[in-house]
Design a binder for this molecule. Structure first.
Ligand code: SF4
Length: 449
């Protein structure tokens, strides 16, 4: 049963020591009630508090880990229906499907593509996380051979999909210790697959014809001792899948209905590319924790990767880069110096345009809590005084002879204040748009020469 903030407060030490990161026990109790904190943050909680609050603050959706330690994928543990309420936590894992009917050459070629796929965007490397192997032959030996080839070829955690328990057990033996996800327990095979999951300490997907039957199935799995469960909610079409995902998420998060308190797996396979992308986009938004695809086409993966990155970015924390001085190209002591904020998008756009100009430069990135230029200026984080203090503490003045600092055109108004705070420097107002930087940099070089 859910405890209120007051119920929780009664169980806390009430010393208001602040070691949990908030000033009072009451404030901490309110955070616990909202599932925005963990009891472990209070070092003085009694055993009684741990027993009572621990059970009440259990996450409404279990965190399930798949794959070996060096490429483990964690899914679940989500606490909100809508990203703007707080944030989504563990990004949808993309699983590429293979079959034991594919030739060894084909598997070698495609698994290398999965291993090597990497999209770099705003400082993050976006990759494919999982590989699914389907036992289309229904036989043991080809399945085990394909599973081994896919696991070693992709270097990723594996989902084992078979209706043959003997094939699953042989594959689990081949991947001993690698925590593959077993797919899938059904009302018909539940006891046999639960036994495999427990024996090999592997997570287990569950599938049934309706949500009611699935709830009964996961309740049975829990009774048998299986804790790491994934719900396969794939229906015949994306509208039905979306509806089931939403109902399951709401049941887990809003109604604390434990049989639905697990991450969700969806398939978007066997479709034309545009349909695959459209369905994948829908299910990334709501609420696939694992999405199985059967295409490695870049025109499909690119939008999926970008959407996932955007959806799973914490809306309260802009993506930031480390504040410091970044050399661009072969920057030396005579190279121009530019300054901007540590909002990732700003950094990557500005550094890209400067790089494209072919003019080596030093780019000073000031700590602005990840805000863009105008927002940071309006919040007082990108003032002349702050920029000057950052430049003085960065050691830049010892690295360069240049004493010309290019500031973003949108904050031309800080040039006077900056010149006063940074004695000996000439402040040059750059363009407002980053797209004009390349020509501006060339003109700067020509002017200095
Ligand atoms: S650490 Fe524990 S005792 Fe101290 S203020 Fe937080 S909840 Fe209260």
């Amino acid at each position: 049963m859910a405890l209120t903030g007051l119920d929780i407060f009664k169980l806390l030490p009430k010393t208001n020591c602040g070691e949990c990161g908030v000033p009072t026990c009451m404030a901490f109790a309110m955070k616990l009630a909202a599932k925005n904190a963990e009891l472990a943050a209070c070092p003085y909680a009694s055993d009684e508090a741990k027993a009572k609050i621990g059970a009440a603050s259990k996450p409404p959706m279990r965190l399930v880990k798949i794959g070996p330690a060096d490429c483990e994928v964690a899914v679940g543990n989500e606490t909100v229906m809508f990203r703007h309420e707080k944030t989504f936590v563990h990004p949808t894992a993309f699983a590429v499907s293979f079959s034991d009917g594919q030739s060894a050459e084909e598997l070698a070629h495609l698994t290398a593509d999965v291993r090597e796929y990497c999209l770099e965007r705003v400082g993050e490397e976006l990759r494919l996380e999982l590989a699914l192997v389907e036992n289309t032959t229904g036989e043991v030996a080809p399945f085990v051979a394909a599973v081994k080839a896919v696991a070693s070829g992709t270097g990723r955690g594996v989902i084992l999909q078979s209706s043959n328990p003997a094939a699953l057990e042989a594959a689990l033996q081949a991947l001993e210790g690698q925590r593959p996800l077993i797919h899938a327990a059904t009302p018909e095979n539940v006891d046999a697959l639960a036994a495999l999951a427990l024996k090999y300490k592997a997570p287990l997907a569950a599938r049934a014809n309706s949500l009611d039957a699935l709830a009964a199935l996961t309740a049975r799995l829990a009774e048998l001792g299986v804790q790491d469960i994934v719900l396969d909610l794939s229906a015949g079409n994306v509208a039905a899948t979306l509806q089931m995902n939403t109902v399951a998420r709401k049941a887990a998060l809003k109604n604390s209905f434990e049989p639905m308190g697990y991450p969700v797996l969806n398939f978007v396979t066997g479709q034309r590319l545009p349909d695959l992308v459209a369905d994948a986009a829908t299910l990334i938004c709501k609420y696939a924790n694992i999405l199985v695809v059967d295409s490695l086409a870049y025109q499909a993966l690119l939008p999926m990767m970008m959407l996932r990155q955007n959806i799973y970015t914490d809306p309260q924390k802009p993506i930031q880069v480390e504040p410091k001085v970044y050399p661009i190209g072969e920057a030396d002591e005579n190279s121009p110096v530019l300054v901007t904020t540590n909002f990732s998008l700003t950094y990557f756009i500005v550094s890209g345009e400067v790089e494209n100009s072919g003019v080596p430069a030093h780019l000073v990135i000031v700590e602005c809590e990840g805000m863009s230029v105008l927002t940071a200026w309006a919040a007082g984080k990108f003032s002349g005084e702050k920029i000057a203090a950052f430049i003085k503490s960065s050691g830049l003045e010892q690295q360069v002879k240049t004493r010309r600092l290019i500031i973003p055109g949108y904050v031309a108004q800080i040039s006077g204040e900056l010149e006063e705070s940074l004695s000996g420097w000439e402040i040059v107002v750059g363009p407002q748009e980053a797209s004009d930087l390349a020509s501006f940099m060339k003109m700067q070089v020509a002017a200095v020469a």
